[in-house]
Design a binder for this molecule. Structure first.
Ligand SMILES: NC(=O)c1ccc[n+]([C@@H]2O[C@H](COP(=O)([O-])OP(=O)(O)OC[C@H]3O[C@@H](n4cnc5c(N)ncnc54)[C@H](O)[C@@H]3O)[C@@H](O)[C@H]2O)c1
Ligand SMILES: O=C(O)[C@H](O)COP(=O)(O)O
Length: 525
């Protein structure tokens, strides 16, 4: 039974779902990184929010880990490249807390417009400072969105309901989507110059880090109010403090900080500054949503191989998984076959799906081919890291589909570009289940790619099969299955034999010395 650790506070629904789906679960929160590293080796899955930092050190200690599930959106607390290179799938729940976080941004916008926290503190202190708290209306004001994805677009919708004019800077926002959202797409310079309120909704990346730098903050309209419910690090906090003190920025509300938890901060106590402790996603509704979603996704993956919302692997729904999985097995075997037979630089791998195979989600099939292909040279390659490794090695990956059936109702062909030209192998599924090789480098040959195998290319001549059988017999090697194909009579022939034990280098040398043998190799599936 797979075992999952929940290491951050999560709605009890998550543990309930794991157990219902046949996954054992421990909830151990508040561990130091060292304590987490000491226990993580016991788990197949790790369910987290933003507190647990899944560093390379944790991943190195996680010898059984297969999946990290983030109950929430941001995965900047997970070292995704390290997880990918260790073959650990990283998933998040990209929509479960979007409305809640958008509402928090709107709440902070109101808090700034009417100085609600300070007015509350003053009133409850018995001061009744009616003249101190002169606010501004939101109606008719311009809201500048930096980032117009899931949360940004909900904020835009709510702001339009408040009769605000919404402008958005997001390099990936298409003009059509901007029209659909009813926002004006602008460049950052225009946004800075025009917005009365600026709200940030981007992930923290190399491009967005410090997007509200000192320089950019100085370009904002005097009296601007700024809200950040996305990630600490998007704003230069020191410059923000200076501009709040000088009055250039009329108000700022931060839910997120460069260093969290932010228990002390230069901004604390600054007039017109509002802070919340990373509460964007903290509503009961959002927490139930993300807990259910993360547990369902992780259980699907650990129990049936379904992949949803993975950041480092193609998606495969639990419904699709039973149909696609035999293809993944076939694809992995074909990839492995070409990987074992073809050495040297391979600049390109093409995967061609024909007939029924072409109707399926190709991404898992492509990943499986690459995984089989690259695993020949490394034990740590799997479906997760194979596409990254292929890219790292400069291998171009092509994907082709032909829905029309050829000789087989379903076929997957893997071709590699080599110095000698394009070489390909192809396979089908018997009974939609059993992978079977049907073509090897242009020669029709049917074989199950299984266990230890011997691959021989020879000149098609009488007596050869007998000689080979005798050679194997004398070496005490029992032949399981025997598959034969040839280009044309008397031309090049291919033999694929499954044998009961590993073929030794000595035996390969003996086979190579037989008359007519062009190539002999041991294969392993
Ligand atoms: N405070 C919280 O508790 C809380 C809760 C949920 C999400 N978040 C954070 O909010 C952020 C946004 O979440 P989302 O679900 O809307 O993500 P999303 O991926 O749907 O949207 C992000 C948007 O940012 C845009 N973007 C990327 N690079 C950009 C750049 N250089 N300049 C401008 N725009 C850029 C993208 O095109 C995208 O439209 C994430 O960082 C997430 O972690 C915080
Ligand atoms: O990215 C997110 O989903 C938010 O930052 C929420 O973080 P949390 O789960 O720690 O509240």
């Amino acid at each position: 039974m797979p075992k999952v650790l929940i290491s951050d506070k999560m709605d009890p629904k998550a543990a309930e779902i794991f157990r219902e789906r046949g996954v054992e679960v421990d909830e151990i929160t508040g561990k130091t990184p060292e304590e987490l590293a000491a226990i993580i080796g016991n788990y197949d899955g790790l369910a987290i929010r933003s507190s647990t930092k899944v560093t390379k050190a944790i991943l190195d200690a996680a010898t059984n880990l297969k999946v990290v599930g983030r109950a929430g959106i941001g995965v900047d607390n997970v070292d995704i490249p390290a997880a990918s290179s260790k073959g650990v799938v990283v998933m998040n729940t990209p929509f479960g807390n979007s409305i809640t976080t958008a509402e928090h941004a709107v709440a902070l916008m109101f808090a700034l417009a009417r100085q609600l926290p300070e007015a509350d503190a003053s009133t409850q202190a018995g001061k009744w400072e009616k003249n101190r708290f002169m606010g501004v209306e939101l109606t008719g004001k311009t809201l500048g969105l930096i980032g117009a994805g899931n949360i940004g677009s909900i904020v835009a919708d709510r702001a339009q309901g408040l009769r605000m004019k919404v402008i958005a800077f997001d390099p990936f926002l298409s003009p059509e989507r901007a029209v659909e959202m009813g926002v004006e797409k602008v460049e950052i310079e225009q946004l800075l110059a025009r917005a009365d309120f600026i709200t940030l909704h981007t992930p923290l990346t190399d491009q967005t880090r410090n997007i509200l730098s000192r320089e950019n903050l100085l370009k904002t309209k005097k009296g601007v109010r700024i809200i950040n419910c996305a990630r600490g690090g998007l704003i230069d906090e020191a410059a923000l403090k200076e501009l709040l003190d000088s009055g250039h920025v009329a108000g700022a509300a931060l839910d997120v900080f460069v260093t969290e938890p932010a228990k002390e901060h230069a901004l604390f106590g600054t007039p017109n500054f509002v802070a919340t402790p990373h509460l964007g996603a903290s509503t009961s509704e959002a927490q139930v949503n993300v807990a259910i979603q993360v547990a369902e996704q992780m259980a699907d993956f650990l129990v049936s191989g379904g992949v949803t919302n993975a950041l480092n692997m193609p998606s495969l729904s639990a419904e699709e998984a039973p149909r696609v999985k035999p293809y993944m097995e076939l694809a992995e075997k074909l990839g492995s076959l070409v990987g074992q037979l073809q050495h040297g630089t391979i600049p390109r791998v093409s995967i061609h799906s024909e007939g029924a195979a072409a109707e399926l989600n190709q991404k898992p099939i492509v990943s499986a081919v690459l995984s089989g292909f690259l695993r020949v040279h490394s034990d740590t390659v799997n479906m997760v890291n194979a596409p990254f490794l292929a890219k790292e090695r400069g291998i171009e990956v092509r994907e082709v589909r032909t829905e029309k059936e050829g000789d087989y109702h379903t076929l997957v062909r893997v071709s590699v570009k080599t110095d000698a030209g394009e070489r390909s192998v192809a396979g089908t599924l018997f009974g939609n289940k059993a992978p079977r090789l049907v073509e090897l480098f242009g020669i029709k040959v049917e074989a199950d790619l299984i266990g230890h195998m011997l691959y021989v290319v020879n000149e098609d001549a009488p007596g050869f099969i007998g000689r080979l059988g005798t050679t194997l017999g004398e070496a005490g090697v029992n032949i399981g299955t025997f598959h034969l194909g040839r280009r044309d009579a008397g031309g090049e022939a291919v033999l694929l034999l499954s044998v009961d034990e590993a073929v030794t280098p000595d035996l390969i040398a003996t086979v190579r010395a037989l008359p007519g043998v062009k190539t002999a190799m041991a294969l392993r599936f």
